[in-house]
Design a protein around this ligand. Structure first.
Ligand code: CP3
Length: 344
């Protein structure tokens, strides 16, 4: 067995020779070769030019012994197709123009046809599959409806999500309609990604941890259940939510094959809360890559011990890798995961 099939086998809880690893945001600014490409192209230009997107998708695979590639793109691109102006300004993160505030704003959002509106992503997937030539599987992704809704309503990142919660609490029907439209979009988009070459799909719910478990159950869970049940079953579904230690059981009940765990809850505790029938992905604090190598290796071993070589563990960070991450620690991390988990 090799890099070729470890990741998909672990997603399906089958036997592996060692624990597979990939890193959220593995194609990014911590790589010199990424910064080189980025120097002469804007981020959106990179996303929308399949040749460039494929090049940066492959960069971490060439440099490291990673077990999966993730297509280079962004969760916010489909919002642009739905009618919300999108801009990435250096240093400020994403900015969405004309944010949604009223029932009419929500009603005005258009449905998308991924085959035409996001054809550049689908083309990049096809080209990346060809280039990868079976070396490692290719992951497709989308934002989860709540995280996309919060961007669309706030107009960018947020600390307290006041506008989002205001819509939830004053116009619940509009909020649900927005979640429904976003859910329809994500289903169509991810199924198109699978048709065009994605072998697994991940849904990122990065900001849903701002909700109480009661609000999650009312405003998010029904949409996540429909979303996950409507995805093409041939590609495993990974559901990553950040900051949800207080509601892991609910998140687990949404129905994904693999649940991503952030670094806040010990892996074994999170796994038991969701039930050992699930596969899990995680959960090293990305900040540990800034620590000493001894501390990093000890932390890797702690996670591997908690996973206990049980089938169904994909190693990953608990959130995306930071741009300033020292590259040598990334190599050390990957080596420690593979050697520390080699099955007898
Ligand atoms: O994992 C990968 O390597 C695939 C590519 C990927 C990107 N964004 C590239 C990117 C993925 C999976 C994402 C998902 C994404 N985008 C999420 C969910 C994951 C998470 O981190 O919680 C979110 C919330 C976004 C929205 C977004 N896009 C933000 C907040 C930013 C700014 C971040 C920053 O550090 O400046 C982006 C831009 C972005 N997306 C970059 C990359 C490599 C940096 C762009 C640059 O080169 O300037």
């Amino acid at each position: 067995m090799s890099r070729q099939d470890r990741f998909l086998k672990a997603c399906r809880k089958q036997d592996v020779d060692c624990t597979p690893i990939w890193l959220m945001r593995q194609a990014g600014r911590y790589l010199r070769e990424y910064r080189d490409v980025r120097q002469s192209h804007s981020f959106l230009e990179m996303c929308k030019t399949p040749e460039l997107a494929v090049e940066v998708t492959l960069q971490p695979i060439r440099r490291f012994d990673l077990d999966a590639a993730i297509i280079f793109s962004d969760i916010l691109l489909p919002l642009e197709c739905m009618g919300i102006g999108l801009e990435f300004s250096d240093g400020e993160g994403p900015v969405l123009h004309n944010p949604l505030r009223t029932a009419e704003d929500v009603e005005r959002m258009r449905a998308i046809d991924p085959e035409t509106d996001l054809s550049y992503v689908l083309k990049a997937l096809e080209m990346a599959r060809t280039e990868l030539n079976g070396i490692v599987p290719l992951i497709g992704f989308a934002g989860a409806p709540f995280t996309l809704a919060s961007y669309a309503i706030e107009g960018g990142g947020s600390r307290n999500y006041i506008e989002t919660k205001k819509m939830m609490y004053t116009e619940p029907a509009s909020f649900h309609l927005l979640m429904e439209k976003l859910t329809d979009m994500v289903i169509a988009y991810l199924n198109a990604q699978v048709r065009h070459g994605a072998q697994a799909v991940q849904v990122f719910d990065s900001w849903v941890g701002t909700l109480s478990s009661t609000d999650y159950e009312t405003f998010v869970l029904p949409h996540m259940k429909r979303l996950l049940a409507s995805l093409e079953p041939s590609a495993p579904h990974i559901h990553f939510a950040l900051g949800v230690s207080h509601m892991l059981k609910l998140v687990g009940s949404a129905g994904a094959d693999v649940v991503g765990i952030d670094w806040r809850t010990p892996l074994d505790e999170a796994w038991k809360k969701m039930g050992l029938k699930k596969a899990v992905q995680g959960n090293l604090d990305p900040a540990l890559l800034f620590g000493s190598s001894q501390h990093l290796v000890a932390s890797v071993h702690d996670i591997l011990e908690r996973a206990g070589n049980r089938n169904g563990h994909v190693f990953n960070l608990g959130h995306g890798i930071f741009p300033a991450t020292p590259i040598d620690n990334v190599s050390l991390l990957i080596k420690s995961v593979h050697s520390g988990s080699a099955r007898p």
